[in-house]
Design a protein around this ligand. Structure first.
Ligand code: ADP
Length: 473
């Protein structure tokens, strides 16, 4: 089967969050099952772009409203990614340093989608399925089915995966002319609450919709930033398929980013060496449990609760633990997390920014990882942490609920709490400190979690079954 993934991010080419990890991994596993999986992304000015060789595959042009654009499709020349990676270059629009957050993101991602559809429309053959990811690519099913110029593609099966339903790509109706000619009586497919809502449009038009965990699917019918009713109505074609992790990239036995590689056989000594290095680098106390947070510092992740929760935990338990934070996002949270260093020197540190290498070192060297998220469609950090023997402390929501069982439950191994509140976090930190002091239990849990299989195999098969089901419609 030929599967075309279209996405804004793809690891290791361009990564902002979990979307990149998934789009950089799922195709590899699909290839291993004997399929041809390809990934198409916008051309961002990333290190990977400059460090690799590319070949021109196609050149074309299109109109978007009153604007005219020329685009070029380039392909990465080697096979190092285990799948073909294509970038769409549109001069002046897509060749930027960052993936998101430009004032003209609407124009950028609409143009990207038009270029992708325009290119595929010119192939001699048709792909078996087009799999789009999040709102940046969610207009593609509509374009294939409704735009006159692309009617050749109207029967090609489409899947939309929602990695994050909070962001929907809203665009005002005066930009409707951006989309290549379509029958205006179909406007309802684009509309949600009097605005063009690309994510809603994708939900309406894609043959199947998936979310990245079963619990998140259920949650979207109750809380979806305004789309709850739509998810309830379209429930029949929606499925939750849990993400997997790339067990080659995320493997403490072979990870080249970490100081000391370790496996089940020597996990205690291995983790201790990595912890020592991390504590030395960040001036923390290696004898005390180390709690980490890695991620975007945004309300969705409840990062705003971290400063007070850390302050309260350290005050209440008399500096019985260390905290190390890696992330960036909300300026106020960044500032609070930086200022905390003055109050708890020797027990607390933070690094504001994005650092892939340090993240691996933290998964390896930490004892516990905190994830108090208000919304968590799947969450990958807890799965990486498990593989590195780091115990996840998570709020019971979305994918966190589907992947972590509290150690108080039968076969449990993590710590789960119900509310995104400072009290729930500090109480869970107390429980973790007690667990840390029970060396026998701690060692048993570490061994248990390092053996949990969160690889892509099972989920990959579920996607293939889904594609097969819609190919037969
Ligand atoms: P989301 O996609 O919502 O941000 P996920 O848990 O699905 O959250 O994925 C987050 C991914 O991004 C993980 O691979 C995590 O290690 C990585 N990550 C997030 N913030 C940082 C950071 N500041 N530095 C390094 N890696 C980060």
């Amino acid at each position: 089967m030929e599967i075309i993934h279209v996405s804004a991010e793809c690891y290791p080419y361009a990564k902002v969050g979990g979307l990149a990890d998934v789009v950089g991994t799922l195709p590899k596993y699909q290839q291993q099952l004997g399929h041809f999986a390809k990934v198409v992304v916008p051309m961002h000015r990333t290190k990977f772009l400059y460090e690799n060789e590319w070949t021109v595959e196609h050149k074309g042009s299109f109109n978007m409203g009153h604007m005219y654009f020329e685009y070029t499709i380039i392909r990465e020349k080697t096979t190092k990614l285990d799948f073909d990676l294509y970038c769409v270059d549109i001069y002046g629009l897509l060749d930027r340093e960052n993936v998101y957050s430009y004032d003209d993101d609407t124009e950028r991602f609409t143009a990207f989608q038009i270029a992708v559809v325009d290119w595929i429309n010119q192939w001699e053959h048709q792909p078996d399925v087009i799999h789009v990811h999040d709102h940046h690519t969610a207009l593609i099913p509509f374009m294939m089915q409704q735009c006159h110029a692309y009617s050749r593609l109207s029967k090609v099966p489409t899947v939309l995966t929602i990695h994050n339903g909070q962001y929907q790509g809203w665009m005002s109706w005066d930009k409707s002319t951006y989309i290549p000619a379509w029958d205006t009586w179909q406007w309802g497919l684009l509309d949600w609450s009097n605005t063009i809502n690309p994510l809603a449009c994708g939900v309406k038009c894609a043959d199947r919709v998936t979310t990245v965990s079963p619990s998140y699917m259920e949650e979207l019918t109750e809380s979806a930033n305004g789309l709850e009713q739509l998810f309830r109505m379209e429930r029949a074609k929606c499925t939750g398929i849990l993400n997997g992790i790339d067990t080659v990239v995320w493997n403490p036995e072979t990870d080249t980013y970490i100081l000391d590689n370790y496996s089940l056989k020597d996990e205690e000594a291995g983790k201790q060496l990595n912890k020592k290095k991390l504590c030395k680098d960040f001036k923390l106390d290696v004898k005390k449990p180390l709690f980490i947070y890695i991620g975007r510092l945004v309300a969705e992740k409840a990062a705003d609760l971290l400063p007070l929760a850390i302050n309260d935990s350290l005050n209440q338990l008399g500096n019985k633990m260390n905290f190390l934070i890696l992330g960036s996002g909300d300026a106020q949270v960044e500032e609070q997390l930086t200022n905390l260093k003055n109050s708890f020197t020797g027990y607390y540190n933070s690094k504001i920014g994005y650092n892939e290498k340090l993240s691996h070192q933290m998964y390896a060297g930490a004892d516990f990882i905190l994830m108090p998220s208000r919304v968590e469609p799947c969450g990958l950090n807890q799965m990486y942490a498990l593989r590195y023997g780091t115990i996840p402390i998570v709020r019971s929501i979305g994918g966190l609920k589907d992947t972590v069982i509290d150690f108080g439950e039968p076969n449990g191994y993590g710590i789960r709490f119900n509310y995104a509140s400072v009290w729930d976090i500090t109480y869970s930190v107390h429980r973790a400190v007690e667990l840390y002091d029970d060396k026998e239990k701690l060692a048993e849990i570490r061994k248990q979690i390092m053996q949990i299989d969160n690889s892509w195999e099972t989920s990959c098969e579920k996607y293939i079954n889904l594609y097969n089901a819609i190919r037969q419609i």
